[in-house]
Design a protein around this ligand. Sequence first.
Ligand code: ASP
Length: 323
Amino acid sequence: MKHLLLAGLVAVSATSAWADYPDKPVTIVVPFAAGGPTDKVARDLAEALRKPLGGQSIIIENVGGAGGTLGAARVAKASNDGYTLLLHHIGISTAPALYRKMAYDTLGDFEYIGMVNEVPMTLIGKPSLPAANYAELVKWMNANKGKINLANAGLGAASHLCGLLFQSSVKIAMQTVPYKGTGPAMTDLLGGQVDLMCDQTTNTTNQIAAGAVKAYAVTTDHRLSTPALKNLPTLDESGLKGFNVTIWHGMYAPKGTPKPVVDKINAALRAALKDPEFVKREEALGAVVITDARLDGAEHKKFVAAEIAKWASIIKAAGEYAD
Ligand code: ASP
C-alpha cells in the first residue's frame, strides 16, 4: 500500500514537473534549407502552434544536407525535454532503404507526435526548356539522353524519391544535382542551371501560377483542383501507368521526451491543424491537412513503419537510378 502511494506521488510530481511546459522558446528543426517546402510548412505551422503552446516563441532551425538525415540525427541526439522537435517528411521513412549506415533509428529514436499533412508533387522544368507539355518533354529527353540534369534535395528526399521513380519509369538516367533543400534548387532551376525537378506543390504552385517554370505533370494518380495546377495531367495518364507519389510531413521529439510533454505538443498540433489560416495556406498550395487517426502519435508511427516497408521494395526495384 505504502509502495503504491509512493508510486502515485512520484507519478503526480513527474506530471506536475512538466505542467509549465513550454516556459521557454521551442526549436523546430527542419532538415532542409530555408525557403523550400518543408521550411514553409514548418514556418506556417510554427505560427499556428504558438497560441496553443501558450504564446511561446518557436524557432525554426534549418539543418539541411544528406537528404534530411543530418537534421533528423540532430533531433535524435538532442535533449529529450520537449524543447527540440523535428518536422520531417516522407524522407524519414525512405532513408533506411538508401543509406548503408544510419546515424539514428527511425522507429526507435523518436517519440512520434503526429502527422501534419499530405502533399502532391509536380514535375517542372527550367523556363528555357523548349518542351511545352509532357509529350514534348519525352521527345526532348530522348533527344538529350546523357545531358539531362535533375535537381533534388539529396538522397532520400522527396524530390530524390520522385526523381528516382520518374527516371526508372521513363528508363532514362539523368545526372542528379543534390542541394540542401529544394528552396536553393528552385533558385538554380529558375536560373537555368538545372533542367528538371520533381517537387512539392507547396514549393511549385506559385512559380507555376506565375509562369516562371515549365510545368509538365502532377505525380498523384488524380488531377488536382488547385487553380494553378488543375490543367496539369497526371504522370499516370501521360503514359507512366501506376505512377503515384504523395508525400507527407510529421512531427517528432527525441526518444524519452516525457509523455505529458508529448501529449501537450500533440494537443497543440491538433489545434494548429484546425487553425483556419493554416488550413487555408496549405490548401492554396495543394496540400491536405491531416484530420484522421494519424494525428495520433502511435497511429502515425504505425503508418511510418508501413511506409518504410513499402518504399524499401519500390526503391530496391528502381535501384539502378538511385544516385
Ligand atoms: N521538398 C524537398 C525534398 O524533399 C526538401 C525541402 O523541403 O527543401 O525534396
